[in-house]
Design a protein around this ligand. Structure first.
Ligand code: AMP
Length: 283
């Protein structure tokens, strides 16, 4: 049986736990999460294990990336279950700081990402989000000093923002993206899927279905604008309230009108009932 990963809750305990890895010259990969772990997170852990001898998983529901009316208080917290899942996934260390450890009294510094972080996608609906994410990820990178850090393509804009931040700040970490893990019916795994009622859960795979159809139609040569128009209606008909469905340059996330102008990524965010879901797909 795999041994249970050590859970550390202070920066000094984290450093003590990492020291033997470093001393042995072992590479370390970090998987940042907010807990309530599912198969998507565990895919990141599996990828991390392929890259590095040691895998650190952080579990921290980061208050600074939630707006006042978002689901910070109700966000699922399941540390016991998470520890069991990470034992089976053979992670080495769980970094689970309290909010007061991450943001002690007097904390004022904030990273303000631009570029992909201001693409007019998630940032248009959650203006605090990427500042909060970039700040906490910069802290996680400094605390753990990983050789690799794994992020899901599920949160595609976030992956672009973190990749750019690591480059801009010369952070000595290789940021790696991991393909989205989906349910059999196509719905991207997400901790927020737990909020869906039975009826909403049945309707939710429409999001991915529409993305797949749209990508196929663009590949066949239909104009991006026309395909987006039709797809937006399909998402509406499936019972969602659409925040955005956009075609963007896969690297810069700048608007893109045609495949001639570079690789296209389709990105969508929509609410069903009270649950906001996001997804994306390469064309
Ligand atoms: P979260 O706990 O939701 O902040 O997610 C932590 C990490 O897991 C992020 O890098 C996410 O992109 C990634 N992730 C979440 N869901 C999935 C999924 N279905 N497939 C792959 N990665 C995912």
């Amino acid at each position: 049986m795999a041994s249970r990963p050590t859970v550390v809750r202070t920066v000094s305990a984290l450093r003590r736990a990492l020291a033997p890895f470093r001393k042995a010259g072992e590479r370390v990969a970090l998987v940042p999460t907010m807990g309530a772990l599912h198969g998507g997170h565990l895919a990141l852990v599996a990828h991390a294990r392929r890259r590095a001898r040691r895998v650190v998983v952080s579990i921290f529901v980061n208050p600074t990336q939630f707006a006042p009316l978002e689901d910070f208080d109700s966000y699922p917290r399941e540390l016991k279950k998470d520890i069991a899942a990470l034992t089976a996934a053979r992670a080495d260390l769980i970094w689970a700081p309290a909010a007061a450890m991450m943001y002690p009294e007097g904390f004022v510094t904030r990273i303000e990402p631009a570029g992909a972080a201001k693409a007019g996608l998630e940032d248009a609906f959650r203006p605090h989000f990427f500042g909060g994410v970039a700040t906490v990820v910069a802290k996680l990178f400094t605390q753990v000093a990983p050789d690799f850090a794994m992020f899901g393509e599920k949160d595609y804009q976030q992956l672009r923002v973190i990749t750019q931040m690591a480059k801009d700040l010369d952070l000595p970490v290789k940021v790696a993206g991991v393909p989205t893990v989906r349910e059999k019916d196509g719905l991207a795994l997400s901790s927020r899927n737990a909020y869906l009622s039975t009826g909403e859960r049945a309707a939710a795979p429409a999001l991915y279905r529409v993305l797949k159809t749209a990508a196929a139609r663009i590949r066949k040569g239909e104009t991006v604008e026309h395909v987006l128009d039709v797809s937006r209606i399909e998402i509406d008909v499936a019972g969602f309230t659409l925040d955005y469905l956009e075609a963007r340059h896969a690297h810069t996330l700048a608007p893109i009108a045609s495949r001639k102008d570079g690789p296209i990524r389709l990105l969508v965010a929509a609410t069903i009932g009270k649950t906001r879901l996001i997804d994306n797909l390469g064309v």
